[in-house]
Design a protein around this ligand. Structure first.
Ligand SMILES: [Zn+2]
Length: 122
């Protein structure tokens, strides 16, 4: 992920500084060597904390995990909503049965209520 800076003109990279290539600013951005001091060395190449390949990998893994957790939470919320809607329809049908004079109203109501998904808050 970390791109190493390499001079187009064959200049040696500045020693003691991070070797990551960073974008410059301006109308015509170009890559230049990171200005930070190298604090870690990986495979004989110095990196600052921000561009340390292991830190970047960990950051990417954390981001991936957060996305997966958010996607799972969205799926669970959608499943909960769908189950609740099904239970509401079943309750409406149960109420209709009871209103029409069904004899076993408690069993009908119990079966309809059992269709609601369980929650931690209720
Ligand atoms: Zn750097």
């Amino acid at each position: 992920m970390t791109n190493l800076w390499k001079s187009r003109y064959g200049d040696a990279p500045a020693s003691g500084r991070c070797r990551a290539a960073v974008r410059g600013e301006g109308r015509w951005p170009s890559l230049s060597q990171c200005r930070r001091t190298a604090t870690v060395t990986r495979d004989d190449i110095g990196y600052c904390h921000q561009h340390d390949p292991e830190v970047e990998r960990k950051r990417a893994d954390d981001r991936q995990r957060q996305w997966q957790e958010a996607a799972r939470a969205r799926e669970e919320a959608a499943e909960f909503k769908a189950a609740t809607e099904r239970a509401m329809l079943a309750c409406k049908a149960a109420c209709q049965l009871i209103a029409d004079g069904a004899n076993d109203s408690r069993r009908i109501a119990r079966e309809a209520v059992a269709l609601f998904p369980s929650t931690n808050s209720c």
